[in-house]
Design a protein around this ligand. Structure first.
Ligand SMILES: Nc1ncnc2c1ncn2[C@@H]1O[C@H](COP(=O)(O)OP(=O)(O)OP(=O)(O)O)[C@@H](O)[C@H]1O
Ligand SMILES: [Mg+2]
Length: 379
């Protein structure tokens, strides 16, 4: 299907307008966005990622750089404010955020203040592909578990409750182990709670990573166009042990007492990433690792679309870095496919952005030159 139809997607979440005051290096910005692709061009340190962070903030109530709130206020100023106008499920919506140094932050949807910010997460779905994603591939299992957990939590609210229950019981068991408590009844009660939630968590992770893996492999192959075999497989001791988690915990109690913490369970699961059977973390090149992160995020996008019935906003921060010209061209082609809704993309290289725009047959797009926190439209 030709791109000209892109802006007719009824299920795409769209940010139509954004007003920013004092967010990081952006003193003031008032931007109207294209429903299709919005490109931000500029040298290093100019404010391209800061704009994406502002959009991210309005969906997740926090910065993607994990800065404390004081860090997002423009230096020398005492407050920051943002207002985003959206179209969501065919209806116009407004999200407003304000924070002043030393005060509680205010977050409103349709003029109504949230009592708990967690109620806002997932309402305006968004997927970010960022340079920090390299940690997903090169870092420890914790980051990959967080990736899976965030994905499932946004689509199945019960999952988060099980995760909280499991982690709280896990901490209680670890406390008993550290304090050398020997009462088996105490362990049994805690382990029963852990087992109940672990079954749900493992089942959900297995099911969802199974679907994710299929989409991921398709995207990897489309970007790389090589004979490589990429894999993203869920690994859990509970699935290979052949005994129940309750039995596993009981069997490992002696060992856990000596070590001082629980050595088996969903808190040790991983999403094992391999290329031709070898661990990506230790053997893949930077370009191959980058391809993994982009393919994983695009799989997250498609999965969220399937699960929520809404096309999330897609933020692509510096995605072409480390990739050869073939992979860049393949990504340009993928980005132009009709699976995505509204896209925001940053780059320091105008050729990359121009190649995306020139392949957009007839659909409208917007481009800005970003300089010291200012946004100048490119004609
Ligand atoms: N609270 C703040 N107040 C003022 N400036 C800030 C604040 N936080 C970050 N900055 C500035 O924002 C700039 C970084 O902007 P940003 O990360 O958006 O750059 P970029 O255009 O994405 O660059 P690159 O191409 O290198 O990724 C830095 O110069 C940094 O000093
Ligand atoms: Mg940047």
């Amino acid at each position: 299907m030709c791109n000209i139809y892109k802006n007719t997607w009824k299920d795409a979440v769209q940010l139509t307008h954004l007003h920013i005051t004092n967010f990081k290096n952006i003193a003031e910005a008032d931007l109207n966005f294209s429903q299709n692709i919005n490109a931000l061009l500029g040298d290093n340190g100019m404010g391209k990622s800061n704009l994406l962070d502002a959009i991210y903030y309005l969906s997740f109530c926090k910065s993607f750089t994990s800065l404390p709130d004081a860090g997002i206020v423009k230096s020398g100023e005492t407050f920051t404010m943002m207002q985003g106008d959206y179209v969501r499920r065919g209806t116009e919506e407004q999200v407003a955020f304000g924070y002043a140094a030393g005060k509680r932050k205010s977050f409103k949807r349709g003029g109504k203040e949230y009592s708990r910010l967690s109620q806002h997460i997932g309402v305006f779905p968004l997927v970010l592909v960022s340079p920090a994603d390299m940690e997903l591939v090169g870092g420890g299992a914790e980051g990959r578990r967080r990736f899976i957990d965030m994905l499932i939590s946004q689509t199945a609210p019960a999952y988060l409750n099980h995760l909280i229950r499991y982690n709280s019981a896990l901490q209680q068991r670890n406390r008993l182990l550290r304090d050398h408590v020997c009462d088996p009844n105490l362990y049994t009660a805690i382990e029963m709670t852990m087992e109940m939630s672990a079954e749900y968590i493992t089942g959900a992770r297995r099911e969802i990573t199974g679907r994710l893996r299929e989409i991921f492999r398709k995207h990897y192959r489309d970007i790389a166009r090589t004979e490589e075999t990429p894999e993203a497989e869920y690994r859990s001791a509970l699935l290979i042990s052949g005994v129940s988690y309750g039995e596993l915990l009981e069997q490992s109690r002696r060992k856990d007492e000596i070590i001082g913490h629980t050595t088996t369970g969903p808190h040790r699961d991983d999403l094992e990433l391999t290329l031709d059977g070898m661990a990506v973390r230790s053997t893949a090149s930077q370009g191959q690792s980058k391809t993994f992160t982009i393919a994983l995020r695009l799989a997250q996008y498609e999965f969220m679309h399937e699960a929520t019935g809404m096309r999330p906003l897609l933020l692509l921060d510096d995605i072409f870095d480390k990739l050869d010209s073939h992979r860049v061209a393949n990504i340009v082609e993928i980005v132009n496919r009709d699976i995505f809704g509204q896209i925001f993309i940053t780059d320091t290289n105008r050729d990359h952005l121009d190649s995306i725009m020139s392949s957009m047959t007839g659909a409208d797009y917007s481009m800005w030159n970003v300089s010291c926190g200012n946004f100048e439209p490119v004609k």
